[in-house]
Design a protein around this ligand. Structure first.
Ligand code: ZN
Length: 82
């Protein structure tokens, strides 16, 4: 009898914490990977298991994969030659 109320609360929490939903198919079967690029840019990668959509987010804004790659490429001083 305890499992009923506890289970409900736990699942509701899980949904609100992640809050991830695929913008294409509406599925919540979405994974999130947070990355910090070499220059300190923090980006988040999302992938939907249902429709295989993948997208990126930086500081709460959608960014394209091209933008992420550009940010990752720019490493003016950290580049080692030898
Ligand atoms: Zn999807």
């Amino acid at each position: 009898m305890l499992a009923g109320s506890f289970g409900k609360a736990a699942s509701e929490q899980g949904v609100s914490v992640s809050g991830l939903m695929c913008p294409t198919c509406g599925s919540r079967d979405v994974i999130n990977i947070n990355l910090t690029l070499e220059r300190g840019d923090r980006v988040a990668f999302y992938s939907c298991h249902r429709c295989d959509k993948k997208w990126w987010n930086k500081d709460g804004e959608d960014v394209s994969l091209g933008n992420v790659l550009n940010m990752a490429k720019r490493s003016p001083q950290a580049r080692k030659v030898g």
